[in-house]
Design a binder for this molecule. Sequence first.
Ligand code: SF4
Length: 378
Amino acid sequence: MMSPPLGLYLHIPFCRQRCDFCAFYLEIHREGRAQAFVQSLIQEIGLSAQQHIAAGRPIQSVYIGGGTPTVLATTQLIAILSGIRTHLALASDCEITVEAHPSTISEQDLVQLLQAGITRMSFGAESMEDGDLARIGRPGAVCETVTAMTQARAAGFTNISLDLMYGLPGQSLEGWQRTLAYCLTLEPTHLSCYALTVEEDTRLASNIQRRRSPAPDEGLQIEMDEAAQRMLGDAGYERYEVSNYAKPGYACRHNLLYWTNGEYLGLGPSAQSYLDGTRFGNVADLATYDTSLAENRLPIADRIRLSEEEQLRDAVIFGLRLIQGIPTHRLHQHAANYGHAAITARLLAQQLIEEDGERSRLSARGRLQADTIAGQLY
Ligand code: SF4
């Protein structure tokens, strides 16, 4: 019997500086700490393989995210890839993505990454207007995104994604439409469009509290979401998930794993895994992570085994975000398990969830309230 797809996520916990809105676990990049981390990560890959956490199954997708993976030297990234190949089995058509901040990569780096087997680059553009970037404390300039895209193409990459955010302080609907139009001229194969959310304990949250920055306007964010759907749809991109658009054949295989309740192994500080009905996560502290691996122990901080009902709950909540949706009988089974029949009936009556016979999914309006609906179905 063929085993289901397995993904591998690596969290590189370094950035050159922290953007105002970012709440990810990360450290400011220092060469010495980065070198120690690379050794720890390769050690973790080897230990995970020895302890059969991935059970020798071929890995269909690798996603190197963070943080900013490309603050590491390209030789360090290639050493990590080589560690993966030594200890784990990669499928022959494995999708291997590296996230990059456009200012941290050169054409030479891109050529080397392609030669090392990276198949997909994902650039964190955030906006194509320098004023927007300045207002969210995101270092760098729009021209660096344009250069990175051009150089990635020249290096030979054919699968390139851009990450964007909307609803930024001071951003108008017209400004967002200009960003989208500019991105379309760069012809990425994939676009992620995330509504800005204000995370606790970030500089943005503090700026909003002190009235130095306006809070996101939900009504405007909905208009921006609709504009993205219209403009990107007209340009031939398919919205395959709440925040993700791709040219046909370019949906991100790794991210699809999360939304189809697939299995993945996460390595690096704070990385999360889901294998064999169990969710487990690594310690979110680089020093503790390094110490644990120096002592030959996996740095797992918490582990929870999900019941069958909880596995179905997660599959329903994630799967409704996809345009392909989920089998309708699974939605109703989950509603019966959790006593959510009335809530589900209301979401259907309000046309926030739509059913077309055998499949159910969030409607266009439901996608705009995806997180609220997930909370109601939890
Ligand atoms: S570059 Fe990305 S990961 Fe790093 S601080 Fe900014 S948003 Fe966070």
